[in-house]
Ligand binder design. Structure first.
Ligand code: PMP
Length: 369
């Protein structure tokens, strides 16, 4: 294997969920490990897939033109600014592959999304990991330190990855801070804003999106996904928006049919059902606030979040708590791989899942006491 690949570990989904489902049965599992949407997709997306079933022998539209048009209309941009991907994961990987290589630097925050490190290493570029805001930061503990990230940029830097809001911390930064950051970034450095959770951020939370900055900053690209707020993780569709020139370069290297036909149709239909999107996001916000309060009542520290998950500090007993919850069929995400071994990441479920989580947790905390 090449030098970059030799040092790589495969993406760690946390648990072997297929084995768990076999062991417990899906109805007995509380799956809160992968930040999926418990409310599922719009019924229009399901119907669009069914309508595709007679066309499975055909290749999909290699350009994904209809979905691109719908996305362009939604975001008020030209279609040549949009690139579709097999999940935003594929696009994040492709970005490093296209724009960075051996001898180049890629900059990101210490608790930035795991794929940033993976993509950088696969491309053979050097990782510049910038310390996050401190754990005792009064506003955004463990969040991106945008000043430090800007300072870490060197003449060798080709790419900066940001996530807003970020996974696994849930933290975010505002529009003014982002504007100040962009003003400091040299125009030949590409800034990637991973906005996988953007739709879930409350309007009054001021989680910056890169959208309004695109026209004035041709070095800025953003990625979004249908996996989270749209509830379509199983279909694997993400998209990127940026300068037409950069999008065209990426188009050269992507697989010709990277988004399948049923997925294209379902995502287009999902975009049309704004009411479903909005109601899912509202339910998530309400449940997130309620779950955070419930965890804090149990003396567990939760980090600020504008997503559908909470980073929660369990302390020295984290591994035991996690094992005991898993034995009760409650699947959370361990954070050792992120260098946060005393934390677990909990996806905000629907009210029933959150109740079952808390009941199992009370049981576990009681037995460990
Ligand atoms: N970015 C972030 C911040 C994420 O949390 C995830 C999913 N966990 C992704 C990107 C990738 O999502 P997908 O490939 O399903 O679009």
């Amino acid at each position: 294997a090449s030098r970059g690949v030799q040092g790589l570990k495969a993406y760690d989904p946390g648990h072997d969920l297929v084995a768990f489902r076999r062991k417990y049965g899906t109805e007995n599992l509380v799956e809160l490990g992968s930040n999926e949407n418990p409310y599922g997709p719009s019924p229009a997306a399901r119907a669009a897939i069914v309508a595709q079933l007679d066309s499975l022998h055909r290749y999909p539209d290699p350009l994904g033109a209809d979905l691109k048009r719908a996305l362009a209309a939604k975001h008020g941009v030209e279609t040549n600014r949009i690139l579709l991907g097999n999940g935003s994961h594929e696009l994040l990987m492709l970005l490093a592959q296209v724009f960075a290589g051996p001898g180049d630097d890629v900059v990101f925050s210490r608790y930035g999304f795991a794929v940033f490190a993976l993509a950088t290493q696969a491309a053979g570029a050097s990782r510049i990991v910038v310390d996050a805001l401190p754990d005792d930061h009064p506003v955004m503990p463990l969040g991106h330190d945008l000043d430090a990230i800007a300072t870490a940029i060197t003449p060798a830097t080709k790419l900066v990855y940001l996530a807003n809001p970020n996974n696994p911390t849930g933290t975010w930064f505002g529009r003014e801070a982002f504007a100040a950051f962009m003003a400091k970034v040299p125009s030949d450095v590409i800034v990637v804003m991973d906005e996988a959770y953007a739709e879930m951020a409350d309007a009054d939370a001021d989680a910056a999106t890169a959208l309004p900055f695109l026209s004035s900053h041709p070095n800025l690209l953003l990625t979004r996904t249908f996996s989270k707020a749209y509830g379509l993780a199983g279909l694997r569709v993400g998209y990127l928006i940026g300068a037409p020139g950069l999008v065209a370069v990426m188009e050269r290297l992507r697989e010709s049919f990277n988004v399948n036909g049923p997925a294209l149709a379902a995502c287009e239909a999902a975009l049309g059902d704004v009411a479903h999107l909005d109601s899912g996001c509202e339910r998530n916000s309400a449940q997130r606030i309620e779950l955070a309060r419930a965890l804090e009542r149990r003396d567990l520290r939760t980090y600020p979040s504008q997503t559908n998950f909470l980073l929660v500090r369990f302390g020295p007993q984290t591994a035991q708590v996690e094992a005991a919850l898993t034995a009760r069929g409650v699947v959370l995400r361990p954070m050792g791989g992120y260098g946060l071994p005393e934390c677990l990441r909990i996806t905000v479920g629907n009210p029933d899942e959150n109740r079952r989580l808390l009941a199992a947790l009370d049981d576990v905390l009681e037995t460990l006491r």
